[in-house]
Write a new protein. Structure first.
Length: 259
């Protein structure tokens, strides 16, 4: 894109060790600038994105993801893998639907549907925590789903978070745009390849997975049900009481396809 009174912005990589991250940064900036109509708008968006990346790099210097963050990311990647395998959307579009890395209300967001992913350890696996009054509120959606994944973690056997990342990278290897977007999403989530040794000995086995249609009398708190002054609600539900809302995996993806 060109603007009147053009100026050149030069962003250089100082170390080839960070080439993969730099590629994600460049792709992200190009995507943002393409949507801008003026040079001042482009500069503003670039500065905003650089600040966002700076915050993500601060995570890179940290001690990696917490155990709960690792478990949560494993669950989101498990659902993403299913979504891509269904071929309802292109790989790039499927990755754009993954909104959880950007701290959105729900983990996957389509135009008229959304999916919230809850990954729970095997102890108290039916008890899940809902963060906020909007997370299970379908007011602005035609369909809202809850993907509940129960896992057992150990140091002995199963699949590591790194294994799951590698599986998805193999699926995306022939689509460089999708691969770069996936790597960017991982960075947004706080997953950096230099942290891989930290995740190498924590394994997951899937014990149970269920998909629920969130509607009608599904146990939840909705935004319009709160009294004035009440917000930022956190509560727990027991999904063992929600069997009437269960969908098979095929039914779930058929619902999305037919919207």
């Amino acid at each position: 894109m060109t603007y009147t009174s053009n100026r050149l912005l030069l962003i250089q990589l100082s170390s080839l060790d960070n080439l993969d991250v730099f590629a994600c940064l460049c792709d992200n900036l190009i995507e943002v600038v393409r949507k801008c109509h003026t040079s001042s708008e482009a500069v503003r968006e670039i500065i905003n994105q650089i600040e966002k990346w700076k915050a993500m790099f601060d995570k890179k210097l940290s001690d990696g993801l917490t155990l709960l963050e690792q478990q949560g990311l494993y669950g989101e990647l498990t659902y993403l893998q299913k979504l891509i395998a269904r071929n309802l959307f292109s790989k790039v579009e499927s990755l754009k639907l993954w909104s959880g890395t950007d701290k959105s209300v729900r983990d996957f967001q389509g135009k008229e549907w959304a999916v919230e992913v809850k990954t729970i350890s095997v102890n108290n696996s039916d008890q899940i925590t809902i963060n906020g009054e909007r997370q299970l509120d379908d007011t602005l959606l035609k369909m809202l789903f809850l993907y509940h994944l129960s896992v057992e973690s150990s140091r002995l056997s199963g699949q590591t978070l790194n294994d799951k990342v590698d599986e998805l990278r193999k699926v995306l290897i022939d689509d460089m745009v999708a691969m770069n977007l996936f790597n960017f999403k991982l960075i947004e989530a706080g997953y950096f390849d230099n942290h891989r040794p930290l995740y190498a000995d924590r394994c997951y086995k899937i014990r149970k997975e269920n998909i629920y249609r969130v509607c009608k009398a599904f146990p939840r708190i909705k935004e319009d049900e709160l009294r004035n002054g009440v917000s930022n609600v956190t509560y727990s539900i027991n999904v063992s009481t929600c069997t009437e809302y269960l969908l098979s995996e095929n039914e779930h993806f058929n619902c999305i396809e037919n919207l």
